[in-house]
Design a protein around this ligand. Structure first.
Ligand SMILES: C[S@@+](CC[C@H](N)C(=O)[O-])C[C@H]1O[C@@H](n2cnc3c(N)ncnc32)[C@H](O)[C@@H]1O
Length: 211
């Protein structure tokens, strides 16, 4: 049986540290990511992540954005690189993932200071005290923890979105994407829930929040 701390979503992975580099062209720009054993998909960029990055909406105007469960940071780093007027937060519960993300922010984004920030947080925990609201929340969820936990997060998301803020995420169809869709329609107005892409067994969702 696997030791609990060997999962990529452990707070402090105890697998022997192996560092690797992943180079990936995303939305026409080449990114170099430092990755480490014990971090999600550390050998190559996950296909679901790639699809979400390809289809994600990136605001041109100033916005506050969140990569929720950032791993080594690909989603939030693309946001930070492209949304130059915006503030981007990247959070993960896994310390090793946050270490990689901090390195990757410095390597890939020249003007990151005071604008793009990675921190360890159990989902929204770090934002509860300061009442921060996001214009966009992006996620490739840790669905291995179970669909129930993801649906609990979905239910919390509207509390952390600005009016007309949106939530974009990717999940595998076989992980119960249709059940998630049904559930989202109870949390957002049905017309505010969109599936913007279905490809390679993944569905990319976008939900708008109106308060
Ligand atoms: C499927 S991975 C996606 C990682 C990264 N966004 C990517 O696309 O490569 C989900 C991430 O959620 C993180 N995670 C799991 N439980 C969490 C929690 N309670 N709070 C914050 N992040 C969590 C995991 O450590 C993991 O990095």
């Amino acid at each position: 049986m696997k030791h609990e701390n060997q999962h990529y979503y452990s707070s402090l992975p105890d697998t022997r540290l192996k560092i690797q580099t992943v180079a990936e062209s995303l939305r026409g720009h080449l990114y170099i990511f430092k990755t480490a054993s014990g971090v999600f998909s550390f050998r190559k960029l996950d296909n679901g992540t790639k699809l979400l990055i390809e289809y994600m909406t990136i605001p041109e105007q100033e916005a506050i954005l969140l990569d929720l469960g950032c791993g080594y940071g690909p989603i939030g780093i693309v946001l930070g690189y492209e949304a130059t007027a915006s503030k981007v937060f990247l959070v993960d519960v896994n310390k090793r993932a946050i270490w990689c993300t901090k390195e990757n922010i410095k390597t890939n984004i020249s003007n990151y200071k005071g604008r793009v920030r990675a921190m360890k947080s159990n989902y929204f925990e770090k934002f509860k005290a300061n009442n921060l609201r996001f214009d966009g929340i992006y996620m490739n969820p840790p669905i291995r923890l179970g669909r129930r936990e993801f649906l609990d997060i979905c239910a919390q998301v509207p509390d952390f979105l600005t009016n007309r803020g949106f939530f974009q995420f990717v999940i595998r169809k076989k992980m119960g994407a249709d059940i998630v869709l049904k559930n989202l329609k109870t949390l957002y107005d049905a017309q505010n829930v969109d599936i913007i892409c279905k490809r390679g067994g993944y569905w990319v969702f976008k939900c708008f929040h109106e308060s």
